[in-house]
Design a protein around this ligand. Sequence first.
Ligand SMILES: O=C(O)CCC(=O)C(=O)O
Ligand SMILES: [Fe+2]
Length: 485
Amino acid sequence: MQTSPSHGRSITGGGPRSDRAKEAKEFDETKAGVKGLVDSGMAKVPRLFIHPPQNLRELSPDTDGPATGLEVPIIDMMGYGDCRRRDVVNDLRRASETWGCFWIINHGIPVDAMERMLEAVKQLHEQPEGVKREWYSRDDAKKFGYYCNKDLFTSKAASWRDTIWFDFSRGVLDPEAVPLLCREPVFEYERHFEKLKTSMSELLSEALGLDSDYLGGIGCMKSKRMSCHYYPICPQPELTVGTINHSDASFLTLLLQNHHGGLQVRHKNQWVDVSPVPGAILANIGDFLQLVSNDKFKSVEHRVLARQAGPRVSVACFLFPGEMQKSKPYGPIKELLDENNPPMYREISFTDYFGYYLSSGNGMNGEAVLPHFRAFDKTKAGVKGLVDSGATKIPRIFIHPPENLPDLSNDTEGTGLQLPIIDLRGYRDSRQGDIIDGVREASREWGIFHIINHGIPLDVMDNMLEGVKKFHEQQVEVKDTAFSE
Ligand SMILES: O=C(O)CCC(=O)C(=O)O
Ligand SMILES: [Fe+2]
């Protein structure tokens, strides 16, 4: 596949004033993705893909091998249907509470079905440019398609990754909707996957201490969507990322990857390499499971590094509520609540959660989305905590009905009216009568007035205000001790 050399130049070139939106549009119109750039012989990462330092922080040097000494837990599901069920459930609980992700082995999906799936995805991405061009789209109504960066036009920087998707969320996916080349492997994988999904739903229910059919009963994993990523070799991996740090909005994500590593998860504030384990599937707890489990299970922050090795191929299968359940409110599961475990989140539908997730950059701007839905009072961090957490939108509980809101279009400065100011100097002697008259008048007309020369020294007032400001600006942990409901 070739991208025309002139096109390549226009993307890499551009002086400091050239416009990102224009670069994104030009690149998008090639419909050839990152793979097209690499195939055109591009030796430098185009500016569109260069991330600001805060996105690249801590990318190296621990990119090879588990320098941290930490490793994602591996859970052997062998015998989960009978003799080992209790062990498997306990292992799942521990891993979901501490890591928010874990490998599963002996999960029932044949290794060759997984390999065929990965190979089919690789082949799809490696189709000639002219073939892939027909699939290029960001239209969510389509069941199959291909794009480079869903958020290409809204993100701060693009990521070194192309994606093909299969959407199984609205009923059964019609085989005719996907290219013949991948039909058999995709539907074979999906058939096995459905069985694993049912088992995971039962085991995770039990791991939460609920009946095994609980999560199935609330329909929270009914739908699925497969995002099949292709990460081409990157000539300057220190300048960009494969996938920026984020947690998934889903309930659960089950991930296949080929032998090229690059995936990392955040654990105990360190990035830990998720080195491929042959035949294993990676399970990631998503935000929505953290929400319904009332923080018992943790959604895991993860990212994919851009690398000089590749191409890396992965299949992330996101599980989330079905069509019938998507718009119904979900909140912390009642059975998990008691006086020591108050609800940490307010109720919200998956549709609303996901809408917010997308509008705040697919969770891909490095800012966690879930905290926005915490039951506000439980944070004990106040409005200041919201602002400090980088909230860019006002949470719904703060939004007032129109009748409460001042008419901001009216310029109040233009009225010429001013609050009365009453000078208290001499109120014990010569001016007492005037002052009393002034107070009476202001109380009758306004109900509010300023007083000056009141006897409280200015520095005492300033110190008081400064003290209050300092209190509010303390760490949340310090203020926590003074918080009272
Ligand atoms: O490619 C991967 O391994 C991870 C992809 C991912 O995190 C996602 O699609 O949400
Ligand atoms: Fe993800």
